[in-house]
Ligand binder design. Sequence first.
Ligand SMILES: Cc1cc2nc3c(=O)[nH]c(=O)nc-3n(C[C@H](O)[C@H](O)[C@H](O)COP(=O)(O)OP(=O)(O)OC[C@H]3O[C@@H](n4cnc5c(N)ncnc54)[C@H](O)[C@@H]3O)c2cc1C
Length: 414
Amino acid sequence: MSNSSTSIADTFTYDYIIAGAGGAGLSLLHYLMNAPSLSEKSILVIDKSFNKTNDRTWCFWEKDTIIFNDLVVKHWETISIQATNFKKELPTTPYSYKMIQGIDFYNFILTAAKQNSNIHWRETTVLNLVPINLLSKEEGAKVEWEGGEAIGKYVFSSILPFQMNQLASAAAFSKSLHSFDAVNKYQTPFLWQHFKGRVVQYDQPVFNVKVATLMDFNVPQFGATAFMYQLPLNDKEALVEYTLFSDTILKNNEYDQVLDNYLNTHFPELTYTVLHEEIGAIPMTQIALSMYEAPIYSIGALGAAVKASTGYAFQFIQEQCKNIVMQLEKNKPIETKVHTTRHQFYDAVLLHILFYHKMEGAEIFKRIFAKNKAVTVFKFLSNTSSILEDIQIMRSLPTRIFLPAALRVFFGSR
Ligand SMILES: Cc1cc2nc3c(=O)[nH]c(=O)nc-3n(C[C@H](O)[C@H](O)[C@H](O)COP(=O)(O)OP(=O)(O)OC[C@H]3O[C@@H](n4cnc5c(N)ncnc54)[C@H](O)[C@@H]3O)c2cc1C
């Protein structure tokens, strides 16, 4: 860390500033700490609170054991999809569907980073990020907070203009995006994946621990795509999450009502204890959420790591952060894009079909899982499928739905 020679008094310069220490900020920090050629770099990590709680459960699938394997608390090799008159269990091998608790992830990285004297910490709310030209002609960007600022040669931000676990502000943000979008002739779809989950505990065995229910569409749809997500931790405990893809967010008690009914219907006359709750909203869109330019780089949800058609982001964040560190090590220009253009096109088509209600979400996912192996779907959703596999997935949908949507996305019309 060196004191900058600019006119900005008391402004320190760091090699890297990480603004926002959540899923993406801490992943980036983890890969930076593990890059030997960058071990001398000074890093400032800023977050409005380092007092982390278990605010989210991250699930993802992978073939090998690459991503934070020691933190995986549970994994499943069978998934289930259910809809009206439909139930299918699919083996996932060679993939496993894995779960990491947010708090384990935060503690693991923060504990390691606190041992490192090159890493500096600032608990504050970031107000502004501004590119500057240092008097020394070095490029950099200034990060401002109340009563202070710092300069980073590179600044990596994951700070969204709203908080994903504060639904009211997410809803307000969505509204402002929609008014922006109203003047956008392409009407780029924007949906929220919003949800409330409970970790419930029964005093007798009720869950099949071997099967993760990715989607059970036998729940109120609210004119949207809605499903129950059920991940058994053991035969008495499970995360049960009511999830919707829609443009409006529900009231807290609306999620609760559906969760109450679901649990009471599936396990009648049995009482349960709620061990934990999580609530959130993830943007499903290809609208750019950030306009920053080098040397400010957007990462995580802000940096388009969320897969627009599914809301999954964790494994893409890992890919994005690993790539950034590789580029820094090789002194190459930073590229944060993680989704291939081909897969972005499929995401746009699926999002178009969902957003404009061209086909019920339940029907889309039912068809995709009914006609394909889990491994093919996982590859497709991880952007690693071949063109032949893509065609196979797309053929699961009726041509009369898929083709017009694909043409409309391709030609940029409604
Ligand atoms: C409840 C929940 C469950 C999810 N589950 C999954 C899942 O199972 N699988 C999956 O693939 N994806 C999942 N996601 C989506 C995605 O993986 C996560 O949202 C992920 O945390 C995104 O990482 P991020 O760094 O972009 O945002 P965050 O993790 O939200 O990090 C942003 C950080 O910025 C800080 N911050 C915000 N504003 C300021 C400010 N002004 N100043 C300073 N600091 C600030 C916050 O405190 C936070 O630490 C989930 C999301 C949520 C909300």
